[in-house]
Design a protein around this ligand. Structure first.
Ligand code: SF4
Length: 500
């Protein structure tokens, strides 16, 4: 008989495939979506195979009831909740306050994400707020867990994050994997994949984690895909979710059949079998309006099919993106990957980055010949009437070169001289969010490249791309807003001197 384990216990048990079931709280307080969630939580609580229910936070950037409110109700019904804890729409203080609320309700499992760009709201579109990225939030949680933040007793959060192996370009794939390292370095204990249906990509992530000896539990996402949703994902209308043309064609061919829902559930069960075969530590099952009996079917059928997972992977989940990049060479026998990393492109350069590097190397780097004299000048200017004109001159220069937003805590020289404050709509300082597609930014598809794609290409030209995985970038200190970042840098006030 299966003993019901908590989410963290199940992930730690090599004999068990942890199962979480994703439910969407929806808009309103007492509507169908909330009643469905509560009812399903009650059923999930009675099933020892379901370790937690996952509760989404305003998916698609649209307002819904707060995830933690529904998590409290789920907990009362006897099931461990896994709350999507996104850093969108909230500044760091609001995030901290939410963590206290979660801690008080004894809700420990957090899936930490940056979150979707805000969509339409009351009286127009909401103001985008991205004070922290997922790495900042993970770091704050880890410090709270260690009890070395705010002098409060240690918390006990079990935090994880998301990664997408389903990127089509080398730059986006590497940006995801580099950020994965930062997430783990800052406390993520488990990783849930974004949505995709390519077994070779699931295998790639498994092998990437194993070959880098990363200590993290992997959870594969299984979404019961209907044709309308598949089309939306295919057209890049649901950020980060990848459904290829070949899969849409398959679903379209099934659409005329009377048992199309059964086929959709069977596909989900097959993916369960593949993920179990690939030695994922858990699966996260979701789908529009999914009921308990359907989740039950996916688990049972998935177990039944798991012995045949390799044939299923080859037959059902061979959906590569056109010209898509894979980190490892293909294993021709299985259609998955060998352990041999694929050759990466040799191209990539940025003239602007090279020029700015020269300037930085001469004037700003602590080892630069002009550094001591610049530091002395900055000390003098800081206390003189020159401070205001100097600040204005810096701001004007940087506005011309980088559309400066006057944050006063400039990190451009760490980020390939690309400003995340002005050129990333989510102001990400530690790596790409999950929403890019084919190199384009989630918010401006077809118009603006993701800054981390540009950054990777620039660093690659200099053979320095690995720095994208190691350098933690502290969040902006808003005390410095509208002040000179050069004076802050030389006078030891910016993020380089912060204790974070
Ligand atoms: S620039 Fe990149 S990281 Fe920033 S919002 Fe766009 S896709 Fe996300």
């Amino acid at each position: 008989m299966t003993v019901k384990l908590s989410f963290s216990e199940a992930l730690a048990d090599p004999a068990q495939l942890s199962v979480t079931w994703e439910l969407v709280p929806g808009r309103g307080a007492r509507e169908k979506a909330q009643e469905h969630l509560v009812k399903m939580a009650e059923l999930a609580a009675k099933d020892p195979r379901i370790n937690a229910i996952t509760i989404t936070d305003n998916p698609g950037g649209k307002s819904a009831i707060a995830a933690y409110a529904m998590a409290v109700e789920a907990k009362q019904r006897g099931i461990d909740p896994l709350v999507h804890f996104t850093s969108k729409d909230k500044n760091r203080n609001a995030l901290e306050s939410e963590l206290y609320a979660l801690g008080r309700a004894d809700i420990q499992n957090l899936l930490v994400m940056t979150g979707d760009y805000p969509g339409a709201g009351y009286a127009g579109s909401a103001k985008p707020v991205f004070d922290f990225d997922a790495v900042h939030a993970l770091r704050m949680i880890t410090k709270m867990n260690a009890g070395d933040y705010s002098k409060l007793p240690a918390t006990n959060f079990f935090a994880g994050a998301v990664v997408s192996p389903f990127k089509s370009t080398e730059a986006e794939t590497m940006a995801q994997y580099y950020k994965l390292h930062k997430k783990l370095d800052n406390g993520a204990k488990f990783i849930i994949t974004q949505l995709g249906y390519d077994a070779r990509k699931f295998d790639e992530l498994r092998k990437y984690v194993d070959s880098n000896r990363l200590a993290v539990a992997l959870v594969g996402n299984i979404f019961v895909l209907s044709l309308p949703v598949a089309r939306l994902m295919n057209q890049n209308l649901i950020p980060g979710c990848v459904v290829t043309d070949s899969l849409v064609d398959k679903l379209a061919a099934e659409a005329a059949q009377s048992n199309k829902k059964e086929l959709q559930l069977l596909r989900a069960a097959k993916l369960y079998a593949v993920l179990k075969g690939l030695k994922y530590d858990g699966v996260n099952i979701g789908g529009h309006g999914l009921g308990y009996t359907e989740v039950q079917y996916i688990m049972e059928k998935g177990e039944e099919l798991s012995a045949d997972w390799q044939e299923i992977a080859a037959a059902e989940f061979d959906h590569p993106q056109a010209g898509g990049f894979y980190f490892f060479e293909k294993d021709q026998a299985t259609g998955l990957n060998t352990c041999q990393p694929a050759k990466r492109s040799q191209t990539g350069s940025s003239l602007k980055q090279s020029l700015m590097d020269v300037v930085h190397g001469v004037a700003f780097d602590p080892k630069a010949p002009l550094y001591p004299v610049n530091k002395a000048i900055a000390k003098f200017v800081d206390k003189s009437w020159l401070k205001q004109p100097f600040t204005l001159a810096e701001y004007t220069t940087k506005t011309v070169t980088n559309e400066c937003r006057f944050c006063g805590d400039c990190a451009m020289h760490e980020l390939g001289f690309i400003c995340p404050m002005s050129q990333c709509p989510k102001q990400q300082r530690n790596g790409a969010c999950g929403g890019s597609r084919d190199g384009w930014c989630e918010v401006y598809p077809g118009q603006q490249k993701c800054i981390y794609v540009k950054m990777y290409e620039g660093f690659k030209g200099q053979g320095k791309e690995e720095r994208m995985k190691s350098k933690y970038m502290a969040p902006c200190n808003w005390d410095l807003h509208r002040t000179s970042s050069w004076l802050n840098y030389f006078n030891d006030r910016d993020y380089n001197s912060s204790k974070d």
